[in-house]
Design a protein around this ligand. Structure first.
Ligand code: PGA
Length: 241
């Protein structure tokens, strides 16, 4: 595990975008695992900037997003489909049919999970997985539980997660109760994982995830077992590391 703590958000964004750019330079058809949430937004901004400057191309790449709410239409402003288009996809040359996100607005979410896992497998797995971490230690929407699922699956969101995400909706009642998330297997099988953490409110959970016991009650703790984990934090989140 390599942990890097940056004194500014700009430095963190540059370092993370630089790693993604290096991955694409080495392997133009790299498979990227992408995350939503507030943490990666600055990194996506930096990638867009690099693309516009001609320093990076996503033409040969493909991507799989970690998760999507169940029951929100794709064009809902808070769907992860909308998030990714707004922050990244509409600005870069990643082919539309190669930018994959679980389809949450379906009557058959279980079939969608199976289809999504097949697509990841057919793509040869994830080369570089970008992750954020939830305050409860979730990665993707793999929430703390007595057991975790390897496969992509439908998950009931914890109240804490719904509360954290309510800031993007008019009220907590509008936050979906379920999501589709890539499971622990596709994440742990990624050749490289880049975990991004920002803010004082994440200092305790990242310390616990990286130094505490490996337990299903903190899904991010399993990242300790990954052979190629890179953690990038700002100085507030990294103050206990
Ligand atoms: P955040 O979410 O980036 O908005 O803090 C991270 C997560 O819940 O995985």
């Amino acid at each position: 595990m390599n942990v890097y703590t940056y004194s500014s958000n700009t430095q963190l964004n540059e370092a993370a975008a630089g790693l993604i750019a290096a991955t694409l330079q080495q392997k133009p058809n790299a498979v990227l695992g992408l995350a939503t949430g507030s943490t990666p937004i600055g990194v996506y901004e930096k990638l867009v900037e690099m693309y516009k400057e001609g320093k990076i191309s996503f033409k040969g790449a493909s991507s799989f997003n970690l998760d999507e709410y169940v029951g929100l239409p794709r064009d809902h402003s808070e769907s992860y489909y909308s998030f990714m288009h707004h922050h990244l996809f509409q600005h870069i040359d990643l082919p539309e049919d190669k930018a994959l996100i679980p389809q949450g607005n379906t009557n058959h979410p279980k079939e969608e999970c199976t289809r999504y896992d097949q697509l990841i497998q057919e793509a040869g797995g994830i080369d570089l997985q970008i992750l954020g971490i939830g305050h409860n230690g979730h990665i993707g929407f793999n929430e703390p539980a007595d057991s975790l699922s390897g496969a992509t699956h439908v998950v009931t969101l914890h109240e804490e997660t719904r509360k954290a995400n309510a800031r993007f909706f008019n009220s907590i009642d509008e936050v979906p109760t379920h999501a589709i998330t890539v499971g622990m297997a596709a994440i742990m099988k990624a050749k490289c994982i880049l975990l991004l953490v920002r803010g004082a409110d994440k200092a305790d959970i990242i310390h616990k995830a990286l130094n505490g016991p490996i337990t299903t009650q903190c899904p991010a703790s399993f990242l300790q077992l990954h052979p190629n984990l890179i953690v990038m934090t700002d100085s507030e989140a990294g103050r206990n590391l």
